[in-house]
Design a protein around this ligand. Structure first.
Ligand SMILES: *Cc1c(COP(=O)(O)O)cnc(C)c1O
Length: 383
């Protein structure tokens, strides 16, 4: 059965982005592919094998259910790291399958040790400290306590990582705060060295950290948004590109989102188009109907302002975005007919609709737009 829209993932774009990132971090640093949020909407089941083909062997997710999906598609051949939620039952599953996970509070550490002891198999932990973000992570006192507890229970643990998360490395406005975070992180690493409790890896950087704070690369970086070909902020993009001789974007968008024109309709001047009165036809015009609406992830804030590509031209959305449909003003494309390809995100001819154009028009983060793409839209791989 045909779905009303479909997503394409470009392998060559992903390869380009991964090469770019590897080049920046160097060969002694591991690139972990962050695939939480259904691989930022790209689809874990489709994206992870693609990344695997590009040489990726380390994946970071938010929760145990996502880890399970990555584990299933990689058949246990990759390192998987859970950065967030694991329920008590799933902790057993994680330890059983060598899934690594963040330990960001004392209860999680105690549960890990207890479960590992009962299974007679060590838990592979990444100790996450809070260095100023005030989200997850051990504070100073908890850190000391964790070190004491770990030293007593090392036979049940593999100290895989020592990490933190930066609170807004994509904006120079946070410079002082990030600098302080790095200082705190290094200070506590010194404590570990003194206590001879050494992690296998140190990591702190997300995409913005990779680009803006080279001293946070350590042994591994956790990269989400940039592997998909998007920048964590415009500021990060400008800061990078302005230092390059050729001012072009080194990243390529992996995702495209497409549909087809379903029907057309003639409207007389003076008529309202769609629900209510949000759009008034100021001349006779031709309307095109696309079978995609907010239930398929097309933001309703794009009513009357969104744009799509049709027959190589940019056309505007008129009226409100409905649950399952959106309407186009087709006066400039008199030949358009049902069945024509409609590009919601991506390229057609030499025109392009970027993910960031959505954020500009709807104040939605590019992260948010992508992760809201419904799981049931089919994802196809293209070269
Ligand atoms: C989401 C996330 C990342 C990746 O962030 P990007 O900005 O997409 O690169 C890294 N680390 C943690 C802890 C995260 O939650």
């Amino acid at each position: 059965m045909q779905t009303t829209s479909y997503i394409e993932l470009s392998e060559s774009a992903l390869r380009n982005n991964i090469d770019f990132l590897r080049n920046i971090i160097g060969s002694s640093c591991t690139l972990s592919s962050v695939v939480k949020g259904n691989a930022y909407g790209h689809g874990i089941e489709q994206f992870v094998p693609l990344a695997y083909n590009c040489g990726q062997r380390h994946f970071s997710v938010f929760s145990a259910d996502e880890a399970y999906r990555v584990y299933t598609v990689t058949k246990g051949d990759c390192t998987i790291l859970i950065m967030g939620y694991i329920d008590r039952e799933d902790l057993r599953w994680a330890i059983e399958h060598d899934i690594e996970f963040f330990v960001f509070d004392i209860p999680r550490l105690e549960a890990a040790i207890e479960t590992a002891r009962s299974m007679n198999k060590p838990a592979r932990i990444h100790l996450e400290i809070d260095t100023g973000m005030n989200r997850t992570g051990l504070d100073r006192e908890e850190f000391k306590q964790a070190v004491r507890t770990m030293r007593k229970s090392m036979e049940h643990l593999v100290f895989e990582g020592f990490c933190t998360h930066l609170a807004g490395a994509e904006s120079i406005a946070n410079y002082v705060r990030i600098k302080e975070q790095i200082k705190q992180y290094n200070k506590r690493y010194k404590t570990l060295v003194q206590k001879q409790l050494l992690p296998n890896t140190r990591h702190a950087a997300c995409s913005a950290g990779v680009m803006n704070y080279a001293r946070t690369h350590f042994d591994m970086v956790r990269v989400g948004i940039m592997q998909y070909g998007l920048w964590p902020s415009k500021e990060t993009f400008v800061a990078y590109v302005s230092r390059q001789p050729h001012k072009s974007d080194p990243l390529q968008r992996v995702i495209s989102w497409k549909s087809r024109l379903m029907s057309t309709h003639e409207v007389k001047a003076g008529e309202f188009v769609g629900y209510g009165t949000s759009y008034l036809a100021d001349a006779d015009m031709r309307i095109g109907i696309v079978p995609v609406g907010y239930s398929q992830g097309y933001n309703r804030n794009l009513s009357n302002v969104g744009r799509v590509l049709l027959r190589g031209q940019r056309v505007g959305i008129v009226g409100l975005v409905n649950m399952n449909m959106l309407l186009l003003e087709l006066t400039a494309s008199p030949d358009a007919e049902p069945g024509d390809e409609v590009v919601l995100i991506g390229e057609q001819g030499d025109m392009s609709v970027s993910v960031s154009s959505f954020s500009e028009l709807s104040s939605q983060l590019n992260y948010e737009l992508l992760t809201r793409l419904p799981h049931n839209i089919p994802r196809h791989i293209i070269s």
